[in-house]
Design a protein around this ligand. Structure first.
Ligand code: NAD
Length: 344
């Protein structure tokens, strides 16, 4: 039976992976530590590694895994900005779960928007204290407002469909626009200028890092709402904090944060957090931070478990690893995948 070293394991991972592992014939060792330079050695005597969004899969980690005869890392997530693909190429195959429930993330994005706009987080706390005052709880109708969607992939499109139900006026920016769609594509600058609400659904790449920065914020409408359920480093958090302080930005809904790696998914409720920018954001009444939980639905977790295990099985069965990704194909360049083979 093949053995999987499963890093950064959480109780909900165990529930879903334990449910499916026997169907695929795997033994799973759940390891609470994140995968990184200090923990990669734990992969010794295992056959495969399973990793998540905040594991640091750098070249040193790749080399250690390779020395431990690990040739497959199954990411149980869609994003892959935490992998050094160039180091992995030719040594360790990287598979991911390209789509597990775009609806989960899109619905969470709308939850953030509705909560921020209608001040549900404030109202919830008030009524628990029998404070039934409405002072400062005024929102605005979403009906007829303009929302700018950055990235019209699976999640961006699922979110657009939700926005249509609210009669929001939708504009979008994507360097690879969908053909034959009814989406109004505009430049990123125009999107910033025209949107009442901006929602990020693009991957983190060198082109998108800090796409929301001091300059783009200064182009935005006053009181703009910014939503990020994609990756933290799409936003220069300090610029966002300044935008909120100056009241240029009306509200921010953040499921991700650029320095989340050592914080998110852990309980620090009894400790002092030394990240002043995050503390500043969390302290604001018009900011909601959730800890990278947009994916966390029953359907998404079931699909993540099944597809991750299918990926590992495909690798050991020597059938094409259709969810493999490498530094070439991730940029649309040719690799062996074109010939219906693994990337290398
Ligand atoms: P996808 O690959 O289907 O779509 C991404 C879209 O972004 C594509 O249309 C692509 O053309 C576009 N894009 C690429 N470069 C761009 C740029 N410079 N500017 C604007 N758009 C650009 O991906 P998806 O499944 O829709 O996921 C989107 C992102 O959501 C992922 O990259 C991941 O970071 C994030 N995500 C977050 C969670 C969560 O729990 N918060 C869960 C899953 C995914």
């Amino acid at each position: 039976m093949k053995k999987i070293a499963f890093f950064d394991a959480k109780p909900y991972d165990k529930i879903y992976f334990d449910k499916y592992k026997n169907d695929y014939g795997f033994d799973i060792k759940y390891i609470e530590y994140k995968l990184g330079t200090d923990t990669a050695y734990m992969s010794k005597k295992y056959d495969a590694v399973c990793a998540f969004v905040n594991d640091d899969i750098n070249s040193e980690v790749i080399d250690t895994l390779y020395q431990n005869d690990i040739n497959i890392i199954a990411l149980r997530c869609a994003g892959y900005n935490n992998v050094d693909f160039k180091s992995a190429y030719g040594k360790v195959h990287i598979a991911r779960v390209p789509a597990y429930s775009p609806y989960a993330v899109a619905e969470h994005t709308m939850a953030l928007l509705l909560s921020l706009n209608r001040k549900i987080h404030k109202a919830y706390n008030r009524t628990r204290e029998y404070n039934f005052s409405l002072t400062s709880l005024i929102g605005f109708d979403l009906y007829g407002k303009t929302i700018g969607i950055v990235g019209t992939g699976k999640i961006g499109r699922a979110f657009i469909n939700i926005c249509k139900g609210f009669n929001l006026n939708i504009i979008a920016y994507d360097p690879y626009p969908l053909e034959n769609s009814d989406i109004e594509y505009v430049s990123f600058d125009e999107l910033c200028r025209r949107s009442d609400i901006i929602s990020l659904h693009c991957p983190l790449t060198k082109d998108t890092k800090y796409i929301i920065n001091e300059n783009s914020i200064s182009n935005m409408k006053d009181n703009v709402y910014i939503l990020n359920t994609s990756r933290g480093s799409l936003i220069d958090s300090e610029a966002l904090l300044n935008g909120l302080r100056s009241k240029k930005v009306g509200a921010a809904g953040l499921d991700v944060y650029e320095e989340e790696t050592d914080l998110f998914y852990e309980d620090f409720s009894y400790q002092v957090i030394s990240d002043d920018i995050l503390s500043g954001l969390i302290s604001m009444p018009n900011v909601i931070v959730t800890s990278h939980q947009a994916f966390l639905t029953h359907e998404a977790l079931s699909n993540i478990a099944r597809i991750t295990l299918e990926n590992i099985k495909a690798y050991f069965d020597e059938t094409p690893l259709k969810n493999e990704i490498c530094y070439k194909c991730s940029k649309g360049e040719k690799c062996n995948k074109e010939k219906n083979k693994n990337c290398f």
